[in-house]
Design a binder for this molecule. Structure first.
Ligand code: EPU
Length: 336
């Protein structure tokens, strides 16, 4: 069923909880409904608004927002070693993670409790606790308004990188993702190398998908604010990737600074949260907006903030981190 709204408040449709409006928002369920929305040509301006968990609205949106509403989870093939499962774009990502853990399937247990919809997972290649969605995304199904066709792009061709994909680059604004197919394993493959995860899992017994999911939930709750309570969009910035020399220069001055190797030769990833924390912003508050007190990478709306206020704080943090460490922070949240 298509549901259409005009001059709609987006406050409950973005996890920052900022009050901006959309000229038009259309929720669609089936692929035929989606196609029909473009039958007489594309709306002059359109974008996809999924769960709104990685977006900051700084203006009213003057075009049409499209929201996928279908919520099916369909196992396609269940073999002795793996299960292929297709999820509609409107499925809550964590409903999928909960389903997989319940079935004892491996692959997305570390990605438990990430707020957002399944259709958005490939866009920024969601990741947490040493795992990324790209490891299990077999294909992404999408509508291409330019051709009027649906197509499936294999995961290997989605240009996945750290919090990055083709959907953020060449395909940005050109396709509407309708479903994602994952390949989840039956063979145990616990990945517990990140931070305190191994200890949290051991406290729960065996390393099963369900216990890992539970441990991840506990760690997330201890560090990250619940968007249902405090408006936020998770990490506001990406962890910066710098040259090894640059990382070494910083480590000489700040020996306790966390660094992570990357797959790119000669490049090292830094922890943006640590840089922001050391620049003095953890727990900082300025009017309606602030920085989370247990994870400085997360900007929060303490209530009544505008997108402009959040953005002003973000710009100020970027300047401070640059002045202090000479490191540029890129935003990870999509600013509209
Ligand atoms: N740190 C501080 N102070 C802070 C925050 C972090 O010193 O205020 C230090 C930590 O002690 C740790 C390091 O920085 O040594 C990294 O912190 P953490 O393990 O919390 O992870 P992160 O790199 O800040 C990334 C993801 C998160 C994901 C966690 C866990 C990005 C941009 N963020 O954060 O993803 O949950 O790792 O895997 O890559 C998200 O994308 O919205 C998100 C929350």
């Amino acid at each position: 069923m298509i549901r259409e709204f005009h001059n709609l408040s987006l406050r409950t449709r973005n996890s920052f909880g900022v009050e901006q409006r959309a000229a038009r928002l259309v929720e669609f369920e089936s692929e035929e409904e989606l196609r029909s929305l473009f039958a007489d040509g594309a709306p002059e301006r359109w974008a996809v608004l999924s769960g709104g968990n990685n977006i900051l609205f700084t203006h009213d949106y003057e075009g049409t927002l499209l929201t996928p509403a279908a919520r099916g989870i369909r196992p396609l093939e269940t073999g002795p070693e793996y299960v292929r499962v297709e999820a509609d774009a409107g499925v809550e990502w964590d409903d999928l993670a909960a389903w997989a853990a319940g079935e004892g399937l491996w692959g997305i247990e570390n990605l438990s409790f990430i707020p957002g919809k399944a259709g958005a997972a490939p866009v920024q290649n969601i990741g947490a606790y040493g795992c990324e969605a790209k490891e299990v995304i077999e294909s992404v199904r999408m509508f291409c308004p330019e051709t009027g066709n649906f197509l499936c792009l294999a995961g290997a061709h989605c240009g996945f990188g750290y919090r990055d994909s083709l959907f953020k680059r060449d395909l940005r604004g050109r396709v509407v993702i309708t479903a994602v197919t994952l390949r989840l394993g039956r063979t145990p493959r616990p990945r517990l190398g990140y931070g305190d995860l191994a200890r949290e899992v051991a406290a729960r017994g065996e390393a099963t998908p369900a216990n890992i999911r539970d441990a991840v939930g506990a760690i997330r709750r201890s560090k990250l604010p619940d968007p249902a309570v405090t408006g936020n969009a998770g990490s506001f910035f990406r962890n910066p990737v710098v040259t090894d020399d640059e990382a070494e220069r910083l480590r000489e001055r700040y020996p306790d600074m966390p660094v992570y190797p990357t797959v790119e030769p000669g490049r090292t990833k830094l922890a943006a949260g640590w840089l922001i924390d050391r620049a003095g912003y953890r727990g900082y508050r300025e009017g309606h907006v602030g920085v989370h007190d247990r994870q400085a990478l997360v900007l929060v709306n303490h209530g009544g903030a505008t997108g402009e206020e959040v953005l002003a704080l973000a710009r100020r943090i970027q300047r401070s981190v640059y002045d202090r460490f000479g490191v540029a922070l890129d935003t990870e949240v999509n600013i509209m």
